[in-house]
Design a protein around this ligand. Structure first.
Ligand code: SAM
Length: 176
């Protein structure tokens, strides 16, 4: 399954950290691409580049100017759209159905400010990570972790300059 993430309605002032955290989460939990709509903010791209220079990986970050065209094209090309929302169906009840698309391109959509109703219509799945409001970062992490069966977060990244040496106490990173 090729996983990509679309973050809707990024706002430069309010969402700088959270959109960067979404991209970091996408990278760490197995997505290959990160798209965002709303304000174009090079801070998001630069932060990920900086992390990847040290820790490796090649998550591509792209601003999308025309979200509807992008989403329609994604579907036209046979991709699946999964919108994460507390109003959707609990992930555990849909996991098997989603796993049927393991050969496909899956776009995971997360909101910020109010998500337009058309997204709920356009999505192939509206999935809840529990039916309580929490955060797009939490929703994305849980979704990706479940869909990759916890494997993606254990991956080694290509071209890393540093690697953590896991330990019970203390902090160590070694140069590789
Ligand atoms: N009312 C929103 C909703 O539809 O889930 C909550 C807004 S929340 C600040 C921003 C984003 O976090 C949502 O657009 C959704 O993608 C994600 N989110 C929050 N809680 C969620 C949940 N329980 N399940 C899935 N996604 C959630």
């Amino acid at each position: 399954m090729k996983l990509a993430v679309l973050r809707l309605s990024h706002r430069v002032i309010r969402d700088k950290r959270i959109s960067t955290h979404l991209a970091l989460t996408a990278r760490a939990f197995g997505a290959e691409e990160f798209f965002y709509t709303g304000d174009h903010d090079t801070h998001v791209e630069e932060s990920i580049q900086k992390i990847q220079q040290e820790w490796g990986g090649e998550l591509a970050v792209t601003h999308i100017g025309k979200p509807w065209n992008f989403l329609k094209d994604w579907k036209k090309q046979g991709g699946v759209v999964i919108h994460l929302t507390m109003f959707g169906i609990e992930l555990s009840d849909k996991l098997e159905e989603i796993q049927d698309f393991r050969e496909g391109n899956v776009l995971i959509v997360v909101g910020g400010v109010k998500v337009p109703g058309q997204i709920f219509e356009l999505a192939d799945f509206n999935i809840a990570i529990g039916n309580q409001p929490h955060s797009e970062v939490a929703a994305l992490a849980v979704f990706l972790d479940r869909i990759t069966e916890g494997k993606a977060r254990k991956q080694k990244f290509q071209d890393a300059n540093y690697e953590i040496v896991p330990m019970e106490k203390g902090k160590q990173a070694k140069k590789i």
